[in-house]
Design a protein around this ligand. Structure first.
Ligand code: SAM
Length: 276
């Protein structure tokens, strides 16, 4: 059967290379090239853009990114069984696909970023390491960061935590960190049956762009106050923030000690961090 890009259908690729999905590697593959194109399109026009992808697997999303005209894809994949399938894609798009075999958690993405083209990150992330990768990409000291946007698939519950702001049940440390440094939105949901094998829960694609000038604040201090505040999210802040200065800290930051963590805006958490 013909495909959008002239390469074989993904089911054939999986069969040819014996890529039975491994749970330990968070492998839930996407077969529908219309869907992978929809994900890639969420990142905006890709002409002249270098895309970093984590976990290309058999290459469904990689193919979509390349078919939409990306200048280059640099993909980090841990499972060596996927490399021959990815090599076939590389041959179809000469000079445009660089595959790095390795652990994305140990990869220095900033060092891989080319000097002369913008970088966007697009990935259907392995669920077991997705949040950690996101946090790593949010933490560089230099800001704006090396990436122009991130378009990432997560379990829906994680997506809700990423985009949450105050007075939302999903608001917590991740929401504060993402809200401080980025503007994040959920683009669309993807049902379990779109994957093989289907995961237990619905997934969602999140799109994040960096804030040009996040409120000035030291990230380790922000971490300390959000950890204490959300560690006891049902308690009043005068109680939960005791380990980091309690009522005196709250007074210094001008925040009512009887409030609870989930009612504080990102700007108020920044004020607390700066009062530490
Ligand atoms: N992009 C493919 C797709 O959409 O069909 C596969 C996505 S699958 C959810 C996650 C992929 O990440 C798998 O190919 C898996 O082998 C890879 N992976 C898992 N842990 C990894 C890690 N630490 N570093 C790099 N890749 C990893």
């Amino acid at each position: 059967m013909a495909t959008l890009d002239g390469l074989p259908p993904l089911r054939e690729v999986i069969e040819k290379h014996g890529l039975d999905a491994r749970k330990a590697l968070g492998q839930n593959f996407l077969f529908d090239l219309n869907l992978t194109q929809k994900i890639a399109r969420t990142a905006g026009p890709l002409e002249g853009v270098t895309v970093f992808e984590v976990g290309p697997g058999p290459g469904g999303l990689t193919r979509a990114i390349l078919s939409l005209g990306a200048e280059k894809v640099i993909a980090v994949e841990r499972d060596s069984r996927c490399l021959p399938a990815l090599a076939d894609i590389g041959e179809h798009y000469p000079g445009k696909l660089q595959v790095i075999e390795g652990d994305a958690l140990k990869t220095d993405f900033e060092a891989l970023a080319p000097a002369n083209t913008p970088v966007r990150i697009i990935a259907n992330l392995p669920y077991n390491v997705g949040t950690q990768l996101l946090v790593n990409w949010l933490l560089p000291k230099a800001w704006p960061p090396f990436w122009q946007s991130m378009t990432l698939m997560f379990q829906k519950e994680v997506g809700q935590r990423i985009v949450a702001s105050e007075d939302d049940n999903h608001y917590g440390r991740l929401g504060v960190l993402c809200g401080w440094r980025t503007q994040a939105r959920m683009a669309f949901d993807v049902p379990p049956q779109a994957f093989s094998p289907p995961p237990k829960v619905t997934s969602t694609v999140v799109h994040l762009t960096p804030r040009e000038t996040p409120l000035p604040c030291q990230v380790d201090k922000l971490e300390r106050v959000t950890q204490a505040a959300f560690g006891q999210r049902r308690k009043m802040l005068r109680q939960s923030l005791k380990p980091v200065g309690g009522e005196a800290l709250l007074n210094k930051a001008g925040i009512d000690p009887s409030r609870r963590a989930e009612t504080l805006s990102v700007a108020e958490f920044v004020a607390l961090a700066n009062a530490l």
